[in-house]
Design a protein around this ligand. Structure first.
Ligand code: NAI
Length: 331
């Protein structure tokens, strides 16, 4: 039996983790879940929001499924999510974005993939007060990390039959940092004559995405633009409740939804487990459990097609009703 680390998060994390574990179990796939807690709730007992045992568990098992963990805004501890990606060198954040059956949105045939650099940029969190009225934040972009993520995006495109990799920057203004990212893209792109190239500024991208997202295929972006654009693309397919993701490194991978811990609906049996479930489906494909991945995805699609949806998608099903129906549809 395969052992997988499960970071069940906080906010809606435990509710949606519970739903996903039940669905995977009902599919007939036996997984030994190594449950690891992290975040504000463990600080008092262990002195840190991200204890070493969590990192050790992912390193040992090489795979984790992760629900969201709350980060305090403006003060308090550093993001557990950012720290985890850094400690495990999960340099590629993959966020596929595709229409789901019977989830009505403004556009049909959206099928794009956001590849976000995951380790540096303004997300490095290097900030200081230069004086009491001036805050500074340093944007770090390295050649190594930029070439590595661009190579990941092109390899992903080749492996998954994609036609184009488009690089997204603001290199007209940040000529050095975003300029280096763009230069790295151009260098790596030369090795992939079979893939079409495209360069776009992030503001123009946002405008074009909301006008016609079907014009885009694979997007590769530095960390902060990737963060923002992938919430935008989540909105194109039905919102954060359905947007899946994965953080991938050389040695391990952590699969997690795009959304956060949604404290506004915590404990109300209202959260949509789809984003975490689709992240888990990709995780199963990643470890070669294709049969169970297809089976679960089919049951999810059938449930949506039967118009059983959670509130965020305009339905009235609770988390547990939605989960129960998916389990029924596995049969
Ligand atoms: P959020 O993604 O938690 O919520 C934004 C809105 O989307 C809320 O109205 C929420 O109810 C809704 N929503 C999100 N997921 C949903 C789901 N599965 N089903 C139904 N509705 C859903 O973003 P917010 O409020 O900005 O962040 C809350 C906390 O989560 C913050 O502390 C933030 O730092 C953290 N966060 C953690 C992430 C992670 O663990 N990877 C990623 C993003 C945010």
């Amino acid at each position: 039996m395969r052992t997988i680390t499960l970071i069940n998060g906080d906010g809606i994390g435990p509710e949606i983790s519970d739903a996903v574990v039940k669905i995977i179990d009902a599919s007939g796939l036996k997984i030994d879940w190594e449950i690891q807690t992290a975040g504000a709730d463990v600080i008092e007992k262990e002195g840190t929001p991200l204890p070493k045992r969590v990192i050790d568990s992912v390193k040992k098992n090489k795979i984790a499924l992760k629900a969201p963990v709350t980060t305090p805004i403006g003060k308090g501890f550093r993001s557990v999510n950012v720290q985890l990606r850094k400690d495990l060198d999960l340099y590629a954040n993959l966020r596929p974005c595709k229409n789901l059956p019977n989830v009505k949105t403004r556009f049909e045939n959206v099928d794009l993939v956001v590849v976000r650099e995951n380790t540096e940029d303004l997300y490095a969190g290097i900030e200081r007060m230069a004086d009491c009225d001036t805050a500074e934040s340093i944007k770090i972009i390295t050649r190594n990390a930029s070439e590595r993520i661009c190579k990941f995006a092109f390899d992903y495109a080749v492996k998954n039959g994609r036609n184009e990799v488009c690089v997204v920057t603001k290199a007209n203004i940040m000529k050095m940092s975003d300029g280096l990212f763009l230069e790295s893209y151009r260098k790596i792109a030369e090795n992939y004559p079979q893939i079409q190239k495209r360069e776009i500024l992030v503001d123009n991208l946002c405008m074009q995405l909301v006008q016609d997202p079907t014009k885009f295929d694979v997007l590769v972006l530095p960390n902060l633009y990737g963060d923002i654009v992938s919430d935008l693309t989540a909105g194109l397919i039905g919102g954060l409740g359905v947007a899946q993701g994965a953080n991938i490194g050389e040695n391990c991978a952590v699969f997690e939804p795009v959304h956060g811990s949604a404290p506004d609906i915590k404990g109300q049996n209202k959260a949509n487990p789809t984003a975490l479930l689709l992240s888990a489906v990709e995780m199963l494909r990643y470890i070669g459990e294709n049969f169970h991945a297809e089976k679960i995805e089919k049951a999810l699609f059938k449930t949506l097609s039967q118009n059983i949806k959670t509130v965020d998608l305009g339905g009235s099903a609770s988390t547990s009703e939605f989960t129960g129906k998916i389990i029924e549809n596995l049969k």
